[in-house]
Design a protein around this ligand. Structure first.
Ligand SMILES: Nc1ncnc2c1ncn2[C@@H]1O[C@H](COP(=O)(O)OP(=O)(O)OP(=O)(O)O)[C@@H](O)[C@H]1O
Ligand SMILES: [Mg+2]
Length: 398
């Protein structure tokens, strides 16, 4: 069955298979250039994963993309899509299977936005009704009003055009997508929205995506794996975001990921991944001597009053811990959840101007205490064992 048949037969987007991609010792030397643009690059991208190419300007990121869909040919080496060398494929057929959002956007100026988005579905001979529905769906996804579909690219802002470029690449739901700085021209607020939408969508459709960016934060957020390239198209490191932050391969990578790499690691961990303090819980009616003892034995020096269901009510300090038995107090506790991303939990503590947050489970019951101290300890002593448990990009959404 050809790719065209697949596109005709399968109505929904979710059931088209993602492709695997492999670069085997690829070198690309442009005619007349002294240095190779890509030098013996090998990397594998598993089906359904986002591989981010990151590195300084001119390190060969766009060149790598153009090699994959045969807009240019390698000097040596091989590229395999789904295990088949692309040299054996017809370029026109290959390109229909590969969505490409190019760096310069490249919309057709004399076609409307809707026509631009519909380019590949039309090539694939989709029915008109299906194309219209797909264009509507994608306009909504990229956050443009439906009426804009009738405009021409020249009537849009640069960021809006870039979003249309992304929609066009996504249109035929290709098993492999190449995205060259797809959010580069978009303001930070819309960029974050698009990144999140994109990751949410990827959680459902699980395409294989090669994503180029200059921005290491974007790479860490979007990537299942990150390939850091240095000038001359040399692969400096290919690793998961957590590995990259934990163990940069050399000084170049370390410099590239930045001095705040410890803080960046917080975005890759959940509250449940770190060792919490036990909560010194007490209930109304507990003997005060016991309650005091529990509070003083804890580094928090407070007892935590919980209700009958184990939900937090109030912190009890020295002045509250008097009398025979614990009585009810109204209070305010800062709460975070076991499933929260550690970075967000820390932000909640800082925002609440508290050193401690009560960690709750799904039922709102106390599961432990998170403190600024615990987080700081975690950052200094984090072990390699935690790396494997880092949440996938789609699960890391703020
Ligand atoms: N058609 C070409 N002919 C000759 N040299 C080229 C050509 N295209 C790119 N190069 C060179 O190859 C190198 C890699 O270029 P490429 O566009 O792949 O970099 P990039 O990593 O995408 O950079 P940027 O981040 O600025 O987009 C650069 O030195 C560039 O000048
Ligand atoms: Mg480029």
């Amino acid at each position: 069955m050809t790719s065209d048949d697949t596109a005709h037969n399968e109505g929904t987007s979710a059931n088209r298979q993602a492709a695997t991609l492999e670069l085997r010792g690829i070198t690309k030397r442009y005619p007349g250039a002294d240095e190779a643009a890509i030098d013996n690059l090998s990397l594998e991208v598993a089906a359904g994963e986002i591989c981010v190419l990151v590195g300084p300007s001119g390190c060969g990121k766009t060149t790598a993309m153009r090699l994959v869909n045969r807009m240019i040919e390698p000097t040596s080496g091989d590229i395999l899509v789904n295990g088949v060398s692309i040299i054996d494929r017809k370029p026109s057929e290959l390109r229909r299977e590969i969505g490409y959002a190019i760096q310069q956007i490249g919309l057709f100026p004399h076609q409307t936005i809707a026509e631009n988005i519909a380019t590949v579905p039309k090539l694939l001979g989709w029915e008109k009704k299906r194309i219209v529905a797909r264009v509507d769906e994608l306009m909504d996804l990229i956050g443009l009003e439906a009426a804009m579909a009738r405009r021409y690219p020249g009537q849009l802002s640069g960021g809006q055009r870039q979003r249309v470029g992304v929609a066009r690449a996504l249109a035929a739901d290709p098993p492999l997508m190449l995205m060259d700085e797809p959010f580069g021209a978009i303001d930070p607020i819309n960029r974050e929205r698009l990144q999140n939408e994109f990751l949410r969508l990827q959680g459902e459709i699980r395409k294989t995506i090669v994503f180029v960016t200059h921005d290491i934060d974007e790479a860490i957020k979007m990537g299942d794996r990150i390939a850091v390239l240095r000038k001359g198209g040399i692969l400096a490191q290919y690793a998961t975001p957590a590995e990259l932050l934990m163990a940069p391969a050399d000084a170049f990578v370390e410099d590239f990921v930045g001095a705040d790499r410890a803080l960046k690691r917080l975005a890759l961990q959940r509250v449940r991944d770190i060792e919490l303090w036990d909560a010194p819980t007490v209930r109304v009616g507990d003997p005060m001597a016991e309650a005091r003892e529990r509070a003083m034995a804890s580094p928090i020096r407070h007892a935590l009053l919980v209700d009958d269901d184990g939900r937090p009510v109030s912190w009890l300090g020295d002045t509250d811990l008097t009398g025979d038995r614990v009585v009810h107090h109204d209070g305010r506790v800062t709460m975070v959840e076991l499933d929260d991303i550690l970075r967000d939990a820390l932000a909640d503590l800082l925002q609440g101007q508290v050193m401690f947050g009560v960690v709750t489970d799904h039922g709102g019951r106390v599961a432990g205490v998170l403190s600024v101290e615990v987080i700081s300890e975690f950052l200094t002593h984090q072990t390699a064992g935690h790396i494997d448990e880092a949440p996938a990009p789609a699960e890391r959404l703020a």
